[in-house]
Ligand binder design. Sequence first.
Ligand SMILES: Nc1ncnc2c1ncn2[C@@H]1O[C@H](COP(=O)(O)OP(=O)(O)OP(=O)(O)O)[C@@H](O)[C@H]1O
Ligand SMILES: [Mg+2]
Length: 425
Amino acid sequence: MSFLTPNKDAKAVEEPAGEVATGARLLPRITIQAFCEHTQTAELVESAVHDRRMSKVALTTHNGGLEGAVESYKSNPTPNLIIVETTLPTEEIPASLDRLAEVCDASTRLIVLGHVNDVLLYRELIRSGVSEYLVLPTSAQSIVNAISELFAAEGAAPIGRTIAFVGAKGGAGSSTVAHNVGWAISQHLRQDVLILDMDLAFGTAGLNFNQDPPHGIADAIGAPGKVDPTMLDRLMSKAANHINLLTAPAMLDKTFDFGERDFEQVTELAQKTTPVVVLDLPHTWTAWVRHTLATVDEIVIVAEPDLANLRNAKNLADTVKALRPTESEPLLVVNKLGVPKRPEIAPQEFANSIECRLLGQIPFDAATFGTAANNGQMLAEVAGNNRINDIFRSVGMHVTGRSAPEVTSKGSSIIQSLLKRKKAS
Ligand SMILES: Nc1ncnc2c1ncn2[C@@H]1O[C@H](COP(=O)(O)OP(=O)(O)OP(=O)(O)O)[C@@H](O)[C@H]1O
Ligand SMILES: [Mg+2]
């Protein structure tokens, strides 16, 4: 657990942060929220956004310090990084941080800004999972250095979670589910999501988000040499707040025959620069699809409730489990339930047969999905109150490692993670 006050929307402070040496690594597209007690501290944190390394970071600052953060995260999802200022006496800090940990997601990092220069306190906080403790007064540059150390240092763990969606059969709705789940994650977690449309010939991400950018994933895959973050940034298109796309060309002027590892570099880079990466895979079985499935964090199989889908989903699930025996098992979303007069396999029975966890059941709704597709909008935009949006959200929360707050408490996961970190050290 840690506290940081994000501040992208907050008013800028005149004083620029310290200059950064040329070549300093840009921080990835993380979300930072800071909870400060003093106005000067809030201004100091806000001034950090002027540092070039922070150009892609969404930072907001809030009042209330540690207590404000605890209250806020009881009902709101936590960002990638929390910065929190505390004026509590030394002996009270660890207990207060424990209460914050209980409402934080396991993946959230914490930087504490304190007023006590005490090496024992520092050690205790670091041991308990706090990423950094900075003594005030400090400089904006020191704050950015601490953030960079966490998220952009050589060897820092990639921040992105990769989630692949694959259809058990053509047209099962895998892309539609992938895009809507990506949207739900971006809206609910307020974290940046990058959707990679990997169906180069026929992909629909551009259509579904009403975007027709001149560049996209084909430029990234076909680029001579190494793709770097600046290039990836130029190829992405922003479809909405927190939603970025690498669209497919969807042109048939050439064929798309890829080698097993041709997508690896782009996927890895995406993972280093964006907190959530959604891979919209085509319904094909090639070396690169298999390799991608072997390497992502989560796999969601989208299937219609019929026999051909069942057969294919079973083959996919078995193959994926054998490919990655130590990784998370594939998850199942059954889509287009209740097509009039169509006999169907009950979703739970479907899930039992393929031995996958049933993550969502989505009804067939030609009018709503048809309107969304024709408008180039997400379901939440054309039918905000439709309960299918809750399914997209709960799938999104699950695949990003967060239980929906109303289902499970978030506390246990961060505590478990802190315990794991303690054990490891
Ligand atoms: N639950 C649903 N109810 C009604 N229509 C749906 C539903 N889900 C998806 N669709 C529609 O089904 C069609 C196919 O969806 P989509 O393109 O997402 O499938 P896909 O599995 O990605 O197909 P492909 O095999 O081409 O990649 C689209 O027109 C979409 O709007
Ligand atoms: Mg598709």
